[in-house]
Design a protein around this ligand. Sequence first.
Ligand SMILES: Cc1cc2nc3c(=O)[nH]c(=O)nc-3n(C[C@H](O)[C@H](O)[C@H](O)COP(=O)(O)OP(=O)(O)OC[C@H]3O[C@@H](n4cnc5c(N)ncnc54)[C@H](O)[C@@H]3O)c2cc1C
Ligand code: SF4
Length: 484
Amino acid sequence: MGKVTGFLEIDRQTQKYQPASDRIRHFREFVLPMSDEEVGRQAARCMDCGVPYCHGPTGCPVHNQIPDWNDLVYSDDWEGAIRNLHSTNNFPEFTGRICPAPCEEACTLNLEDTPVAIKTIEQAIADKAYKLGFVRPQPAKTATGRRVAVIGSGPAGLAAAQQLGRAGHEVHVFERETRPGGLLRYGIPDFKMEKHLIDRRVEQMQGEGVTFFCGVEIGKNKPLAELTAQYDAVLYCGGAERPRDAGIPTHGLSGIYDAMPYLVQQNRRVGGENVQSTAWAAPEIWAGAKHVVVVGGGDTASDCVGTAFRQGAVKVTQLDIRPQPPKTENKLEVWPYWATKMRTSSSQAEGAIREFQVATLEFVGEDGHLTGVKCCEVDERRKPVPGTEFVIKADLAFIAIGFAGPFDSGFMAEAGQALETRADNRGNVSIKASDRDYRTSIDKLYVAGDVRRGQSLVVWAIREGRQAARAIDLELMGATTLPL
Ligand SMILES: Cc1cc2nc3c(=O)[nH]c(=O)nc-3n(C[C@H](O)[C@H](O)[C@H](O)COP(=O)(O)OP(=O)(O)OC[C@H]3O[C@@H](n4cnc5c(N)ncnc54)[C@H](O)[C@@H]3O)c2cc1C
Ligand code: SF4
């Protein structure tokens, strides 16, 4: 373990941010890295618990061996730490930046509100490993002669492709967009995760023999049937990016958009690409000098807030239908699970006005353009409270109330009735497959990531990609050495 008395002697520290007034002037990451010495001190706080909840099912979906790499960092063995971290997580530089860190919620020291700074340490290990040249291609020693097609290059597709390539299969990744990465590249803004991090992973995978075909949409430019005929297995990791319908009357006004086209455009702008994406057609959207309202309280809404501030919005208001959560949780009731409590994202901290327990009734406007958002207060059951209506001035509004499943795409049309799906009581649709074999109702077709489990987290997508790769390897070879 780290230092036996570390947790008693050393205070929890996490990375600091550039001040909001500085960071909203650019789209780059704004986290100030910690010195190696301080990261080592933070790792020293780990108690190497007999039951390490941080890495168990409530803590880390990929089961990162957190106490082990805390100890390696404390011992200044960065190469050992990245080897250990890579054994469970293909992309710790992504999760170290953007994971909400359920591991820290589950850490025993969180009972005292001072969990080990696990996410900070994870990012430090990954960044240091690249700096010291420890991350190199690891091509398979022998080729199996089997061919696997992966559709979609989000974290699920990337993790699966890397695992399958390392198992010796010939892997081809087909991606609809111009560059690989899925929501890592086109959803999550650069200020949370810069995209050169994806490029260098893709380079590593190419060095391991994985081939990427971008700008190819399966079911549109290339039929699914061609893949199932030409490959031994096909893994669909197409995501769940169909925005949920808010059902709020827009009266045909301009200035109201789903969150995704807005975020995709800004990511493409920062990436030096044409802002228009074929999958997310919309006129060019810009929040500069505008009053912006964001409907929704999750990650996507928060990303719209941060993007709008960076574009120079005058005022950004975020509407959440849920009641304002308590400041702190009752640890003995919820630990080691994720707690519902008041959390403020770095984007919200940049000056957003947050309204809770508010429903959006309709968008109002003049001469065909949005001028305001009509709202009302709601009670605990989300029923409107009579007489509480009010209008918030808005020139631009984004709807970010979640995602309802895969697009009604050429892929889904071609797969048709033969592909079994399931729907929950909120109308969320996903493709049916178990989390053991990841097989769909179509022969040779597997699914993983958001398209199977519904819109979730990057860390879950990585886990599903890894597990699906194992299931495919087992099916093709009769045995597998890929980890569960
Ligand atoms: C705005 C936003 C912010 C988020 N922020 C966070 C965060 O901070 N932390 C976190 O952990 N999670 C976050 N998430 C969730 C996370 O991004 C997703 O859970 C994760 O990316 C899912 O990975 P995936 O590989 O299953 O799908 P995706 O990342 O959606 O990738 C699917 C890919 O498949 C491609 N594709 C689809 N159909 C086809 C086809 N027919 N042919 C070829 N290609 C196809 C798509 O173009 C896309 O590239 C966020 C999500 C959004 C929308
Ligand atoms: S729960 Fe916290 S203190 Fe215990 S092993 Fe995990 S990181 Fe270390």
